[in-house]
Write a protein that binds this ligand. Sequence first.
Ligand code: GAP
Length: 513
Amino acid sequence: MIEKLFEKIVAHSKECGFVYQSSEIYDGLSAVYDYAPNGVLLKNNLKEYWWKSMVQMHENIVGIDSSIFMHPKVWKASGHVDAFNDPLVDNKDSKKRYRADQLIENAADKLIEKAEKEVEKAKKRFGDTFDEVLYRQTNPRVLEYINKANSALQRMNDGLNSGNLAELNAVIEELEIACEVSGTRNWTEVRQFNLMFSTQGGGATSDDVLYLRPETAQGIFVNFINVVKTMRQKPPFGIAQIGKAFRNEIVARQFIFRMREFEQMEMQFFIKPGTDKEFYEFWKQKRIDWHLKLGSKAENLRFHDHENLAHYASAATDIQFKFPFGFKELEGIHARGNFDLSAHQEMTGKKLQYFDPETKESYVPHVVETSVGADRLFLAVLSQAYDEEMVPDANGKNELRVVLRLHPSIAPIKCAVLPLVKNNEELTTKAKAIFNQIRHAFVCEYDEKDSIGRRYRRQDEIGTPFCITIDHETLTDNQVTIRYRDNMRQERIAIEQVERIVSEYVDMKNLLK
Ligand code: GAP
């Protein structure tokens, strides 16, 4: 039933008040989005879950909130001025711009798909006698597809690592990659494009260039020594931060997956040199467990180790999520060695070291970072929560129910309060009194417009775990009907039980325990 899931999620996001295109009345701004009333509640809950998991639940992790603007030399030291590039290529006929590495990766994915189709066909043809392992090892067509894909990726990575961009052109040529708009293979040379946005400081001279930070991490590195001195932290310890980051992405066509302004949730874990592998593995496990707790299915998550490492990393993996358009990076876990602290130490001449009182030695700590995009997480959560099912309506006819099966702790609205009918003052007064009583405990919505069935559907569509209905009997027995989102079960409960039942269910501690 769920076809074209991605298109549905994009439409649902707008119609149900989760995400709007930025400046929509001006026809929008490419790759920039605004969070709508339900969206901002959901996003804030995701950020709260991350923040509490990191800062509240670890005595050796503290939080900061550093500025978007930083001294321009920060970005020279960090390597972003010289190396924060993507390889871009234009099609001369359509004038459409692409990331060369993505063109090659997509073509390699298609080759792998072809190989898989060959295996599937053979499986059907040979039935029980089929030896899949042998077939994969010996079938010439399967081998040809796989080898071609692997060799293309290897050559691309070598080209990127050595700065030989002509090699990427050669691979594009060899894989016969055509522009999706013009259909031609008339490409410019591949060239590097720096992703940082820049602006002018108050003096507005050419030396006065300011960058909009492309990652929040540098705000943590430059505050490392402040935190050591003022917060009595010693390695291993972490600094966590949530904040905006900006990248002039070349290709940004996947809704909030790849934006030019987005939000990161990053944690830099400062460790003793030599313990890198131990903490890298530790944080890989911790972070995947965190996503599972939130409700991601294990089959929708996987690790993808980097071959082409970012300029700062000594080891790196992505936690990939199965988005409606395939497995893509959701979070990065990177062993950054002492790259950043050493670079800032060299640039500033200030000592960025920890003195170990036991060994009486100073060292520049190494770093393992975890970095997840709040917006990508939002998209992942929305796409896995979106569900459609046929259910009987009030007349017993089947109708489509769209329901967001969000974890109750992150649902934007926790409880909707609904008088059974609108034009009965006694009912609406009672309903409003209950609403005003429970809204102190969690986010509630009062709704009296349309039929009760329509109002239930509206709450299902935004993932509200509970609806409370006030009917004529409520006036005499002080009971309401509570309706559970996931199975639509309804039961009568006393009014004074509402706050306790809902609170227990939606409390963030259910995710943190
Ligand atoms: N400090 C390390 C760092 O920035 P990254 O892999 O470039 O690493 C980390 O980014 C995370 O930030 C990604 O896994 C992704 O979730 C998010 N992210 C990166 N670029 C993004 C973009 N253009 N739009 C939305 N999220 C993005």
